[in-house]
Design a protein around this ligand. Structure first.
Ligand SMILES: C/C(NCc1cnc(C)nc1N)=C(/S)[C@H](O)COP(=O)(O)OP(=O)(O)O
Length: 564
């Protein structure tokens, strides 16, 4: 039968690999939601609000490759804006779809609800253009195929979010059948001469280097270069470190792995080796105030090959239109082995990472160290550890991942409240036989907690460690004040009201090592719903790395304005 604009969109989302999309209904988008429901290969997932729906789509994209969120005009869209911008920051292809005003209204000079009450309806599109790689407004059905294809194709190629606004009276308008999906040109291609020259020159530098070292960066996953990176690592045989937001992109049980490079708060024994290397190839890094610990861990350009998703910068040359996987694969085929940095790491005594002695699992008050010792023990090769912004970042980053385990962190955007909805979306897109453990602070939890109810609605099995340290500890360690302290909740007690008449969530509390061990054991046996373990620790019981990180970030923030 006839294709409609809504059916066209649904087919393209399905072809982009989605099995679910997240939404909150509104009068503008109800007909579009009906059209999307007609596609039986896509499941419509409601969220409590549009911010959570956008975070869920971002989390889904981490597990599934691409995500989508549908909202109503303005009031829905502007809540979702934070999550869409976050997807941009995290380089994740989230398709943001919003139903807009009826096409008759502009010419009729109408004022509309859910707007700021002016005659201009383009401002939402203008705002989203700044945080998407492509933004389109479908104001006539004839343009729907090209505009939808442009938005989705660009999002997949750039690994960034895209914006699609569809006038509400076009959702069920007749539309052409979609052309084959390949016509969206979402593949990333290298320019061959540029690639040849880049491999030649970077390969030459690596071959000449006495102490080469590889550093994994955050873009490896978004730009499909994890395998190519490992190929190059094994060809070089050198030491391999990861930046904090690339944790898990190189196996931590790999013999060449030397830990997280994060300047003065690197894994034990790692920083001296990175400093000793005479050439570092950083694959997909983002050198920011956080990843360089307030600019104290910058790598000198004369010993850095900086391979970005679309170009590579050598100490004295730059090549555009070279994709990350092509460059790394090309180098793997060309470079001679050189284990100097790995040999040196193995000589170092520091390498023996000091593992906290297993505390007596007894009635002693629960501490951060014991909490994370038990979390680390709970990880296996099928588990993803997802950490919320807060001290959970630092504690998670230094947690040892078993082979096959994955790690999710939103370090570039760092928007607290992301973790609950992102875990909901991630679990929705995750293979059923894998496990999900999320570690979330009490402060962050309070922003978006209600999405746990949808975890219960969908019988999602996942484990949340809710770290109740009575407030915003990261902020306290950066710069304390009364604003860092919040109203306490009965976090474990929240699950029962969310269960209501039919839920199967489980809320537990742990104030001692023994209670935590018992709760974890009970969680292991719980099926058919999420488990939240409220772990109560002291406010100042934070990681030593946070103390260092906090003071350096505060220092960077406090730089006086340049005297003009
Ligand atoms: C308030 C804020 N950051 C500022 C902030 C404020 N608002 C948004 C949306 N995102 C942000 N990062 C942060 S990191 C809190 O310490 C988080 O507290 P909590 O979740 O309880 O974790 P810790 O106690 O481990 O820090």
């Amino acid at each position: 039968g006839d294709f409609t604009v809504g059916a066209y969109l649904a087919r393209r989302l399905e072809q982009a690999g989605l099995k679910h999309y997240f939404m909150v209904p509104g009068d503008y988008n109800l007909v579009l939601l009906d059209e999307l429901l007609l596609n039986k290969n896509l499941e419509q997932i409601g969220c409590c609000n549009e911010l959570n729906a956008a975070y869920a789509a971002e989390g889904y994209a981490r597990a599934n490759g691409c995500g989508a969120v549908v909202t109503t005009f303005n009031v829905g869209a502007f809540s979702a804006l934070n999550g869409v911008a976050g997807a941009y920051a995290e380089s994740l292809p989230v398709i943001f779809v919003c139903s807009g005003p009826n096409t008759n209204d502009p010419d009729a000079n109408h004022l509309l609800h859910h707007t700021i009450g002016t005659h201009d309806f383009a401002y939402q599109y203008e705002m989203f253009r700044n945080v998407t790689c492509a933004a389109v407004r479908v104001l006539h059905p004839d343009n729907a195929p090209y505009l939808i294809d442009h938005a989705i194709g660009t999002a997949l190629r750039e690994s960034k979010p895209a914006y699609i606004e569809i006038a509400c009276n076009l959702s069920d308008a007749p539309c052409l059948l979609p052309a084959p999906f390949e016509t969206l040109a979402f593949q990333r291609l290298s320019n061959v001469p540029a690639l040849t020259a880049a491999v030649e020159q970077a390969g030459g530098l690596l071959a000449k280097a006495d102490r080469p070292l590889l550093l994994a960066g955050v873009h490896l996953r978004s730009f499909g270069a994890i395998d190519a990176f490992r190929e190059l690592a094994e060809a070089l045989g050198c030491a391999v470190a990861v930046m904090p937001n690339a944790k898990g992109f190189f196996p931590e049980d790999h013999p060449q792995y030397i830990g997280v490079y994060w300047g003065g708060i690197s894994s034990p024994g790692c920083e001296p080796i990175v400093d000793w290397a005479d050439l570092v190839l950083a694959a997909g890094p983002m050198f920011t105030d956080y990843t360089t610990v307030g600019w104290t861990a910058m790598l000198a350009r004369e010993r850095l090959i900086d391979a970005q998703p679309g170009h590579v910068r050598l100490p004295d040359a730059q090549f555009a239109n070279v994709t990350l996987p092509d460059l790394l694969t090309g180098l793997a085929a060309r470079v001679p082995g050189n284990p100097a940095t790995l040999d040196q790491y193995r000589r170092q005594s520091e390498k023996i990472t000091v593992r906290p002695e297993p505390a007596a699992v007894d009635g002693t008050a629960l501490t951060r160290l014991e909490l994370w010792r038990q979390i680390e023990a709970e990880l296996d090769g099928r588990t993803t550890l997802l950490v919320e912004t807060g001290d959970s970042w630092l504690n998670g980053i230094y947690t040892q991942l078993p082979g096959g385990a994955r790690f999710e962190i939103e370090m570039q955007w760092g928007s607290i409240g992301w973790a609950v909805p992102a875990a909901f979306g991630y679990r929705m897109g995750l293979e059923p036989d894998r496990r999900l453990i999320a570690v979330i602070g009490d402060g962050s939890f309070q922003l978006t907690a209600q999405e746990v109810a949808n975890m219960i609605r969908h019988d999602q099995e996942l484990l949340i460690f809710l770290v109740n340290n009575r407030g915003y500890v990261v902020e306290s360690e950066i710069h304390d004040g009364p604003y860092n302290y919040i109203k306490n909740w009965d976090y474990a007690g929240l699950i029962a009201p969310w269960n209501a008449e039919d839920g199967n969530g489980l809320g537990l509390t742990a104030t001692t090592a023994r209670e935590l061990a018992d709760a974890v054991a009970q969680a292991r046996g719980h099926t058919g719903g999420p488990v939240l373990i409220e772990c109560r620790i002291q406010h100042d019981d934070c990681s030593r790395e946070l103390l260092k990180f906090g003071t350096r970030v505060a220092h960077a923030n406090a730089r006086p304005p340049q005297q003009g």
